[in-house]
Design a protein around this ligand. Structure first.
Ligand SMILES: [Zn+2]
Length: 341
């Protein structure tokens, strides 16, 4: 620990350490565990990306590895963590025993950051010089930002697959056809967003709305399937638990009752007692049977209109529309024509 390089004391894998120094694996694990209990080394649980071997998250206890899915920006795929494939345990020397550069990751060079912080201990990397050379080859441009800092990078992109990548938060953007790419990052939780330049007519919104309605339909189907096929006992239980709502819906919000009370009943009363009974008999008297018949007819027609039959309502609507069309063609049309002259 006194003489080793900083790198050798950062994220030591006990199995690799045992192999390198010809030691027994069990003994090496026990030694590192003991050292971490004494506070000489710090144990960490690292969630690895099975695609690139990058460390997606670091936890001090196994309990901290609790997310359903871990996303790797470089591989653009979500992975479920499985202990034997994706989680490694490493030991880093404690800062109070010996300070190493990796204790302050932002002081590391780009190449050293990738080597010591980004990748897990199992990745077989070439020596520093070769690694730097390979970075040079695959990187178009790079920039380092402090927290809260913004930057604009102007680069010439080749007609090839390109990734905009941030190794600290694993955030990414893929500028396939966009002129502008922005990566938004939050500490701890990488949330990559790739935004194309906004256009006035955005087909995205339409797609989202279509998706929403399809989703709503699917949810409706799922609900019906659950309530009436898979758990037929549920509706009764729900009806019992919220009786008011159930009654309201069962009676179709009492719309028919309200309509009958406010519209149908008054019309009937007016036709029967005022038009027929009062006006016909009282005012006109028995002499004018024609008017009485017409009034009765009107009453019966109004009654028929309020039949509750949707098809007949549609019929009346069509007749009304036809009447308006006829009027506008032969009545108002001529009038407007004259007016313009
Ligand atoms: Zn990856």
């Amino acid at each position: 620990m006194r003489d080793a390089s900083d790198r050798d004391l950062c994220r030591v894998n006990p199995l690799a350490f045992a192999k390198k120094h010809g030691l027994d694996e069990e003994c090496a694990i026990a030694a590192f565990l003991h050292a971490s209990r004494l506070g000489i080394f710090e144990l960490s649980w690292n969630v690895l990306c099975p695609g690139c071997g990058g460390v997606l998250e670091v936890g001090t206890t196994l309990k901290t590895i609790n997310r359903e899915e871990y996303d790797c920006g470089l591989c653009a795929a979500g992975y479920k963590p499985t202990l034997d494939e994706m989680v490694e345990v490493t030991f880093t020397v404690a800062p109070r025993v010996r300070h190493i550069a990796a204790h302050n990751p932002d002081t590391l060079s780009m190449v050293q950051y990738f080597r010591q912080i980004f990748w897990g201990s199992g990745v077989d990397l070439p020596d520093d010089e070769t690694l730097a050379q390979q970075f040079e080859e695959i990187t178009i441009d790079s920039i380092e930002l402090s927290p809260g800092e913004k930057a604009t990078l102007s680069v010439q992109l080749p007609i090839e697959f390109v990734i905009v990548f941030d190794p600290v938060t694993h955030g990414t953007g893929v500028p396939a056809s966009f002129e502008q790419v922005s990566i938004a990052m939050r500490t701890g939780a990488p949330i990559p967003t790739t935004e194309p330049p906004t256009k006035p007519e955005d087909p995205q919104t339409e797609r989202v709305l279509t998706g929403c309605s399809v989703l709503a339909a699917l949810l409706g189907w799922l609900l019906a399937d659950t309530l009436y096929r898979r758990k037929p006992q549920l509706p009764a239980r729900m009806a019992a638990s919220s009786r008011m709502l159930y009654g309201l819906v069962l009676n179709k919000y009492w719309i028919d009752e309200l309509y009958g009370f406010l519209v149908v009943k008054p019309i009937l009363v007016i036709s029967r007692y005022i038009l027929w009974g009062g006006f016909d008999r009282g005012v006109v008297g028995g002499g004018n049977r024609v008017l009485a018949g017409a009034t009765q007819g009107a009453g019966s027609v109004l009654r028929r209109i309020q039949s509750g039959n949707i098809r007949s309502y549609a019929g009346w609507l069509a007749i009304g529309a036809a009447a308006i069309l006829l009027l506008s063609f032969f009545g108002f049309g001529a009038h407007i024509h004259l007016g313009v002259r």
